[in-house]
Design a protein around this ligand. Sequence first.
Ligand code: PMV
Length: 307
Amino acid sequence: MIASAPGKVILFGEHAVVYDRPALAVPVKQVKAEVEVKEASHRGIWITATQIGLHAELSALAVDHPIGAVIREVFQRAGRSPSASLDIHISSTIPPASGLGSGAAVSVALVRALAGQISHPISDAQVNDLVFEIEKLHHGTPSGIDNTVITYAAPVYFTRGKPIETFRVDKPFTLVIGDTGVRAPTRKSVGDVRATWEKDRNRIEKMFDGIGEIVLQARRFIESGKPEQLGELMNRNHVLLRDLTVSSPELDRLVDAACRAGASGAKLSGGGRGGNMIALVEEENSQTIAKALMSAGARSTIITTVS
Ligand code: PMV
């Protein structure tokens, strides 16, 4: 049984979304996690994920290991003990710890492949719920946006604890995604924002309100066929994220480079401190802007159209 799941980018609203403001995210289908589960002739459940140097039997994984936890949860929710003879192969083209949802994508693909293999029917809502539990191991206090956009593989307008809303993209628009190559765990930036919020709630809450306003305006522009207006909102969102201390010199350099090369706006995307940024571009300029990002130090770029 094989299953895959896409990466994602957050268009607007990261960090503030942890504090109940809305955020917009879209899947990125150019990158994906893939999981294959097969019957094996040996005993036990062996997991191989070459990219992270993992080759181990399930019982050797710590209880809080996200991959082991997914497997145990699937068996538990199916009302079975994890005593099968299986080989599980995990691979991914989504760079880890870089804001593209690699952890959630591996979890979603793993849940679907394993549930399929053991003939346990599982709905999207159940996948989403299970992967949210696993995201807590990755992130500490995740909002749930990553598991939602990746489970449903559709644009989402997400507010914590509210029913899932997808949004309509009236006119397609193009993004260039640039990877700083700096791996930055979301748990750390989320924790640092929390510490600042605890010290200075009024100021930080106002910044979250500002980000929430940007998200509402962005949704209106996307739904009314005015995506060219998003650039200015990206610039404002980036400044607010920088003030929250979650940008980095590498992210700022790529954001500047994209704008100087003709992008109409750019911002970091995801947890920040490293990882990826996004730039709003005209499709015909996308290659030029991708090249400018590489010259400014990007490790790689992805051009994607949101539709
Ligand atoms: O997984 P990342 O790096 O895309 O970050 C998720 C976005 C945050 O808002 C920073 C955290 C969260 O759980 O929503």
